[in-house]
Design a protein around this ligand. Sequence first.
Ligand code: NAI
Length: 340
Amino acid sequence: QPPNSQTEESCVLKRADCRAKGGAPGFKVAILGAAGGIGQPLAMLMKMNPLVSVLHLYDVVNTPGVTADIGHMDTGAVVRGFLGQPQLENALTGMDLVIIPAGVPRKPGMTRDDLFNINAGIVRTLCEGIAKCCPNAIVNLISNPVNSTVPIAAEVFKKAGTYDPKRLLGVTMLDVVRANTFVAEVLGLHPKEVDVPVVGGHAGVTILPLLSQVKPPSSFTPEETENLTKRIQDGGTEVVQAKAGAGSATLSMAYAAVKFADACLRGLRGDAGVVECAFVASEVTELPFFATKVRLGRRGAEEVYQLGPLNEYERVGLERAKKELAESIQKGLLQQKDLQ
Ligand code: NAI
């Protein structure tokens, strides 16, 4: 069946009817940048998510192929593809959650900030579309540098008069996923048993794992603390170097993005106690944006948690993180003003 066909529409209506009669709830989710290295596995995993009833895949290239491919999976979500700027508005209209992995990834030798100018423009255009077509959607922003693209998105939404800080979330979940994996290795535990809060931002020293707050409660030698902290901070570079020119983290990122998106959808459904780390508007420090644990609910990040007690190593790390983060946030805000 071609996308947007009558049959598909009636299928959606039947599912909506089923939901109205007490069936499983379903949310409408758009992925912008869906044909990319992250976008494709992310689309596949979202198609497998029972909370998703409609999945819109938007990119400037290759969405017909990705949509046909993903659309053959025998899971519930109806998949529609959208190609190029003229179809952006249709891709976004009516969405509950918009996930943005659009942009260029890091190549060896590039820092996340090198990506800044290209990705800033992409994020800006996409957020203008969101402000117009689905201003109440929750936005999960993956495009790097997250420390700067989130402030840019906030400015776009402010200008459009649609800004709700609770609904704009920078995705730092990959740092948490890595931290859980690396810490579990050291502790000899299954990663699912480990919970490491990672605060600050999403680049180099701004990524601050709070090893003193690991669950289950654990102690680390100074050497373990140093090694784990560095490995978590440099996790992205580890992958970029190993891929040697073939991109950055895509598969682990898609996994992390789906873990986070699923938490957002459970929050939207009204589940209690959904808590994850994200880079959000914050009053936890003097900076306007900061990553900490947040409680996800029907309106997005409904509660932003404090840092909790830090040890000396973490206090030093926090000061270093804040210094770099302040510059990245400022860069995002200035870029957005320049573009206006
Ligand atoms: P990729 O180059 O494989 O895919 C990016 C996709 O975005 C491409 O399909 C491209 O056509 C599309 N795109 C470009 N301009 C667009 C536009 N104006 N509208 C819609 N789509 C557009 O890159 P990859 O590896 O998927 O990475 C995507 C982004 O995610 C990069 O900025 C990367 O740095 C970032 N990233 C973020 C992480 C995080 O933890 N937040 C981790 C890893 C990557």
